[in-house]
Ligand binder design. Structure first.
Ligand code: TNX
Length: 573
């Protein structure tokens, strides 16, 4: 549903109402109660729709944002993206790539030329020409600065904007990239348009000084490409959405009962048989090496690490379809398997041929994956004795370690976590003794990613009557997705939680448009939990900031669900 722009008189009366509310709010100190602090220059995120955007609008909320008193930053025909002189040649090549990406993103909606240049070359040039303007400080500067405090970390940045200049500094190219995403959000929502458009108040951002860094090192989203297959191009679209909210890990669920989704040399049956099915009876599919490399490359250019998952030893019906001899428990269902029931399939844990297969697939996926992690699944194994299950996970973890990767497992693998075993546990259900298992595993050195199903599962329905999704973990509206603390949900020692991840399972989702409806607006909620300092957590202000993202998604052509808990602007609200 497109948002209709409010007419002139509607806008005037809205401004009047806002002015009255502001005066009242100031009098009663309501402004503070709503979370408006001094740091954002007194803009309680929801009032200044007519003026340039301020730091109070950003999702995830930055660590600090001070609105300046000087002139707004404005893009013009002279604006160039300038690369600072610091850094190794490799770093500068990376920064140039980010600069090109940013320039391209700004060119499309504005129609402005937005060149990419070296600050040094420009400085020399303008000195030669004795130019007054167009100097090295003008435009959008991306510069490494090792003088920034160490706590800025690998993804933190500083952004100052005003007049003709926006300056992003960071200790690494990744930090600069995150800063460019903030700059995009500071500009009017039309900046996300893929075609030339007008921005009503010009391409402006309020003068601002932002200091920012993430709360957690791991901020992820998962896409289940096994229940329904999504092409490499579709995955790239998914990555675009994640990158906007500073998500830095893409977990791909590459295998399940309904399909195996990646080519493995020497194991052609995995794809010639195992990739030919998906939920509902449509054909399925798989990634060739080139497809997978393209996803990895695209993710890397947005500073996302791909975390591939091969779900073992359960959720393995597609493997058993390709290798029936690995089914010693009579567990497989007839192929193609297009249903959504789970927990029946099991690889033969006492057959050495199973471990020959797992070694082959792990080696290949590790070879194609530059990131440090390989997820081995391990969930919902119902037909294996606990000691045999533990032994299986230990052996497969050792194969992952031998392939040079850190094994990741769903929380059921906690008993096999520790030195040389599963190093990272993904918490998704807290039933039975599993919280204790998790604590014990942390005691043995494992870290935890929080993906509590009742909060982060983006395949849960928003409400019981919602047409898409499942509801076994309850319903997840935007408030539930936002209103929890990854550090305290399970009582774990400080530092145990590496981050958060929002999984999107696809039993009921078969098109990118359906993915969008589940992802937006809940992804930004999880992204903010992962990035923003706990002190920034504030539902009333978050829902206001989220409401403004709607116009951005409209401009970008992203689908989203207009949930009633978010006060979207326009008629009816
Ligand atoms: C549980 S979470 C699963 C998946 C399903 C999902 C549906 C987990 C490790 N296993 O197999 O797709 O629920 O919400």
């Amino acid at each position: 549903m497109p948002i209709r722009p409010a007419g002139r008189s509607a806008r005037t009366s809205r401004l009047l109402i806002i002015a009255v509310v502001l005066v009242l709010a100031a009098g009663f100190g309501l402004h503070r109660a709503l979370g408006g602090g001094e740091e954002d220059g007194g803009h309680p995120g929801f009032v200044d729709q007519a003026g340039p955007r301020t730091g109070a609008r950003i999702i995830p909320a930055p660590l600090s944002a001070t609105t300046g008193t000087g002139p707004s930053f404005e893009l013009s025909a002279q604006t160039a993206v300038r690369i600072g002189a610091t850094g190794t040649p490799e770093q500068r090549a990376e920064i140039r790539r980010t600069a090109e990406q940013l320039a391209e993103a700004l060119r499309r909606p504005t129609g402005l030329p937005i060149a990419v240049t070296d600050a040094v070359t420009d400085a020399v040039k303008s000195a030669e020409q004795g130019a007054e303007s167009g100097g090295p400080a003008d435009g959008i500067v991306l510069a490494l600065d090792l003088a920034l405090p160490e706590e800025t970390g690998p993804e933190g940045y500083r952004l100052t904007a005003g007049g003709a200049t926006a300056r992003i500094t960071a200790r690494t190219p990744a930090g600069l990239y995150r800063g460019t995403q903030t700059l995009r959000q500071l500009l009017p929502p039309q900046i996300e348009s893929r075609t030339p458009v007008a921005a009503p108040g010009g391409w402006q951002a309020a003068a601002v000084d932002i200091t920012d860094r993430p709360r957690y090192a791991y901020r992820g989203a998962m896409l289940d490409v096994a229940r329904h297959f999504f092409t490499a191009d579709e995955v790239k679209g998914f990555i675009d959405r994640l990158a906007l909210y500073k998500v830095n890990h893409l977990h791909l669920h590459l295998s399940d009962d309904q399909g195996w989704r990646i080519a493995v040399p020497g194991r052609p049956e995995l794809t010639s048989v195992g990739a030919t099915s998906e939920v509902g009876g449509t054909p399925g599919g798989f990634y060739t090496e080139a497809d997978y490399r393209e996803i990895v490359r695209y993710a890397q250019e947005r500073y996302l690490t791909v975390v591939p998952e091969l779900d073992l030893p359960g959720h393995s019906n597609a493997i058993l379809a390709a290798y029936p001899e690995l089914d010693c428990n009579d567990s497989a269902r007839p192929w193609p398997y297009t249903g959504i029931e789970v927990g029946f399939s099991l690889l033969c844990a006492k057959d050495e041929r199973t471990y020959a297969l797992t070694a082959d697939v792990i080696d290949e996926v590790a070879r194609l994956t530059p990131g440090p992690y390989l997820h081995l699944g391990g969930d919902e194994v119902r037909k294996l004795a606990p000691e045999d299950y533990r032994e299986f996970v230990r052996r497969v973890s050792a194969q992952v370690v031998a392939a040079g990767k850190i094994p990741v497992g769903w929380n059921q693998t906690a008993s096999a976590a520790g030195p040389g075993g599963v190093g990272l546990l993904q918490y998704w259900d807290g039933k039975g003794a599993r919280d204790q298992d998790l604590k014990d595993a942390v005691g043995r050195g494992a870290q935890v990613i929080m993906s509590p199903a009742g909060r982060t599962y983006l395949d849960m329905k928003y409400e019981a009557s919602y047409p898409l999704g499942l509801s076994w973990a309850g319903t997840v509206d935007v408030w539930s997705a936002y209103s929890w603390d990854p550090d305290t949900l399970v009582a774990l020692p400080p530092g145990a939680v590496l981050g958060v991840e929002a999984p999107l399972w696809t039993e009921t989702l078969s098109t990118p448009a359906e993915l969008d409806r589940m992802l937006l607006p809940r992804l930004p909620a999880i992204a903010e939990l992962g990035w923003s300092d706990r002190s920034a957590h504030d539902w009333p202000r978050f829902r206001q900031r989220l409401a403004e993202e709607g116009a951005r998604w409209d401009a970008a052509g992203f689908g989203y669900e207009k949930r009633p808990e978010v006060p979207w602007p326009g008629p009816g609200h």
